[in-house]
Write a protein that binds this ligand. Structure first.
Ligand SMILES: [Fe+2]
Length: 179
């Protein structure tokens, strides 16, 4: 399997792990209403979700799909559905990020609203990853060889993962420590 394909699969595992960590904050509150969700942890996770997928992970998937379409190796409807879902997700992540920033800046948001926002975000995000794993990744693995992946790589900026790389960015050192 090409390194970029491995990277896509690894990104999905990492993203799912972050979704679980977010969910755990809510689940702990459900078990014990005196538990205070760890806002700084949540903000760090949301900051990462607002960064790496938008800047690298989604463009990598979309460049790969674009090349498949260019070379008649795939189906354009998949291309469109992936692109639309990425846009929706990026907007949803930005909304989630502003919601938590409001809370941190002492603008009260009812807990039920926060919960609902988080639940629907997690549902949408997990469904998206699953649909790519079901509909997209198997096709990519089948039709993209090393040469195609090299073309995809040449169209993308070099980008280290700011959280899961060997040396995470300063902004994510604390989050990394807590994983
Ligand atoms: Fe993905």
């Amino acid at each position: 399997m090409h390194d970029l394909m491995k990277r896509l699969r690894r990104d999905h595992r990492n993203l799912n792990r972050l979704f679980d960590m977010l969910e755990e904050q809510v689940a702990r509150y459900d078990r014990d209403s005196t538990f205070e969700p760890d806002l700084l942890l949540i903000l760090d996770i949301v900051a990462y979700l607002n960064d790496y997928p938008r800047i690298y992970h989604h463009p990598l998937e979309e460049e790969a799909v674009a090349l498949m379409v260019e070379r008649n190796l795939g189906d354009n409807s998949v291309n469109e559905f992936i692109h639309d879902q990425h846009q929706n997700l990026e907007q949803a992540t930005e909304r989630l990020s502003s919601l938590f920033n409001m809370i941190v800046n002492d603008h009260p948001v009812p807990i039920e609203q926060t919960r609902e926002a988080l639940d629907s975000y997690l549902e949408m995000s997990r469904k998206h990853l699953q649909s790519e794993e079901d509909r997209l990744f198997p096709v990519m693995e089948k039709v993209l060889g090393n040469d195609e992946w090299e073309v995809v790589a040449s169209r993308l900026p070099e980008r280290l993962d700011p959280l899961f790389a060997e040396n995470p960015d300063d902004a994510f050192v604390e989050l990394r420590r807590r994983m």
